[in-house]
Design a protein around this ligand. Sequence first.
Ligand SMILES: Cc1cc2nc3c(=O)[nH]c(=O)nc-3n(C[C@H](O)[C@H](O)[C@H](O)COP(=O)(O)OP(=O)(O)OC[C@H]3O[C@@H](n4cnc5c(N)ncnc54)[C@H](O)[C@@H]3O)c2cc1C
Length: 380
Amino acid sequence: MYDVVVVGLGAMGSAAVAEIAARGRKVLGIEARHPAHKLGSSHGDSRIIRLGYHEDPAYVPLLRRAYGNWRRLERRLGADILTKTGVLQIGHPDGRLVGGMLKSCAEYGLAHEILERAAMEDRFPGFVLESGEVAVLDPNGGYIRPETAIWGNLRLAMEDGAELHIGEKVTAIEPGANSVTIRSPSASYRARKVVVATGSWIAELVPRVAGRAVPIRQVVAWYRPSDDFAAQPQRMPCLLRDEGDRGSYFGFPQIGVDGVKIGKHTHFHEPIDPDRETPPVNDVDTAMLDSFAARRMPSVATVRVRAVTCRYTMLPGEDFLIDSLPGEPSVVVCSACSGHGFKFTSVIGEILADLSLDGGTDLPIARFSFNAHLELEETA
Ligand SMILES: Cc1cc2nc3c(=O)[nH]c(=O)nc-3n(C[C@H](O)[C@H](O)[C@H](O)COP(=O)(O)OP(=O)(O)OC[C@H]3O[C@@H](n4cnc5c(N)ncnc54)[C@H](O)[C@@H]3O)c2cc1C
């Protein structure tokens, strides 16, 4: 009998299993493929973290906690995971990104700097600003190394006594009166609680979210800069750019050998079947990213060298779902993507440990409940 079985060892599951093991409890983590594999949502070298959250000021307390937890993880691992470069959010002052970020900054008194066009050209020559646009610099922003975080969490989990089964797919979860049974083709396990953190495959084990948690295809590309100097992380912040009706884009400085990384949030919003290979990168994908690079970052994103696919799992309102299954308290469900979940991984591990071991948490997660999602649907 395990205290908890965690199904899926991507970003969220690896953090959960590490936190539960750190609390000295008996935990088993099961992963169908291998952690941070290329069909999941957590590979690709970098993820943005930022404190001035344009999506909603309500995320800020969780972000503050997440920052502290990332630093704690770095200390335990002796590894660099979070690098502060600053994050620039560019757009019209009353647009979703800039307006939303300023709202969070005002509500929580967060450090930020507003840069007009001339100041931007001077300080961050890698970015083009249109007249009427501004850039807001979040000095606390930066990037996280996802693979280091996931593998680091799993290493610590094992050191703290967790059992990990890699390459074993869970096929059924059967809640009983005082325990829950977790089955795979080769074994079955009993636990007091199960945490289901299976990313784009969430609906397979939690049919209740089918049609609500929608996996979509995502594409990112890396570019060599012509101005190597301006593309270094010491000089170039991460980027979010509001393109109005054309959506928003994100970018990273030159972190590894492949150069500057660019993607469009939700890409073409193409739903995919999680069980099939994600359709490969095609010319339409790269044409859209190349065009953005040429228009907005011509000197730092010059020659495309590589492009890969990834997956978002979108929920209504682009929010997360982290809650016990209604009527089945032994099953804790975590679908924390909607294209912006990674930065929260370090606090979500704590939340999942609280929910599975204590049945509740003091952290502010009411907006991630099944009820909140059902209400959202009713008002839509
Ligand atoms: C291109 C891209 C860019 C992003 N950029 C950012 C960003 O800048 N900042 C940010 O904060 N977030 C970002 N995100 C979002 C973030 O990466 C996701 O929120 C996060 O990675 C989701 O992690 P997960 O654990 O839910 O899913 P995954 O990491 O996919 O993990 C799920 C795991 O469950 C396993 N699994 C599935 N079914 C089973 C089963 N039946 N049995 C056992 N195991 C199973 C899978 O094999 C997989 O390993 C981005 C996402 C993408 C794709």
